[in-house]
Design a protein around this ligand. Sequence first.
Ligand SMILES: C[S@@+](CC[C@H](N)C(=O)[O-])C[C@H]1O[C@@H](n2cnc3c(N)ncnc32)[C@H](O)[C@@H]1O
Length: 394
Amino acid sequence: VLAWGVHAVRLKAKGLRRVMRDHPWVFDGDVVAASLPSAPQIVDVLAPDTSFVGRALCNPRSKIALRLLTRDRVPIDDAFVAARLEAAVRYRERVTAGYEAYRVVHSEADGLPGLTVDRYAEVLVVQVHAAALEPFVPVLLDELRRHYQPRGILGRNDAEVRRLEGLPQTVELLYGEVPEVVYYREGEVRLAAAPYTGQKTGAFLDQRENHVRAFELAFGRALDAFCYHGGFALQLARRAERVVAIDSSAAALEQLKALARENGANNIQTVRADAMGALRLLQGRGERFDVIVLDPPAFAKGRAQLPRATAGYKELNLRALKLLDVRGRLVTASCSHHLDEAAFYAMLAEAAADAGRTVRVLERRHQAACHPEILSIPETRYLKLAVLEVVATF
Ligand SMILES: C[S@@+](CC[C@H](N)C(=O)[O-])C[C@H]1O[C@@H](n2cnc3c(N)ncnc32)[C@H](O)[C@@H]1O
């Protein structure tokens, strides 16, 4: 069935149920295989009874066969994409006041599935994770230039997920100039992204509000495990006596050292180590801390890894809690969306019980508002951050 001159893909009943619950993804097993096109493209989506459901990005090679763009019979053209971008830009104007770096487009959460755009002051970094979106890259670049007048735009298209879409892995300058290191202010701290080589698009923007909050929570002896460029460590250092910053990445620690000098923070000690081993070592030496930040990478990349991942998070938090005294604070995060909020807090309760600590929950925080959460898309609700305080055992 052809509508509006485009290919039409038919959903099976399960695929339709998913779309009706307002989730944009349809997996390959939930569409009629014979109705898939041979190459990635924009398609019409039809219900099992062939009624019109919407329009989607389609990739017949991907497990996520369809990413729904709209339920309306509107053309998916440059104007459509420009309007979605405009909406994303306007929302950021409401939630990023005072920040020089933030996420401009957060994929499905902005109605632009497969697209990430991060802004680091004068530089934009773009990632495309959906093959059918590629033809729209030129209009996206034009519109981004119109909105932000950037000095440069980098295409950071070397993520593993591109392989699943059958896309090449490249890092290429798309416009202007982009330096190896881009500096930006976050609160009172000068921070940096490494757009060509750093993790994610160069830095961790999803913690930006939590970084700034960490300044207010800091005192005494602080520890930032999994510190990367020191988004937390540099904030802690402004209030704490000293900060131990641990990461396994030598490049990340070099950047942190340079930033510590730039920020005039001479109370940060960097340690290249496996964080779990380092916590054990510190405990063995009888060291104590007043504030500990734990921001590990996602331990659970899939649902099957959840039990092991939960055990890992628990061990980590238990170790940290043992290094804290009464009044000590644990700022602890998980960015695995598979570990939901309830499971995260249940894990923390077990860690506290095993560590023999009673903790008060000071704050339950999440990813920064520039990474919006869409209620019907659980994958967009991924970062949990608890601020806990050890109290005298009841
Ligand atoms: C989520 S990022 C941390 C982001 C950082 N806290 C920030 O806000 O910018 C996780 C970090 O853990 C580091 N890492 C991964 N495995 C590690 C390990 N076993 N021990 C220590 N660091 C590790 C990575 O190099 C990365 O910098």
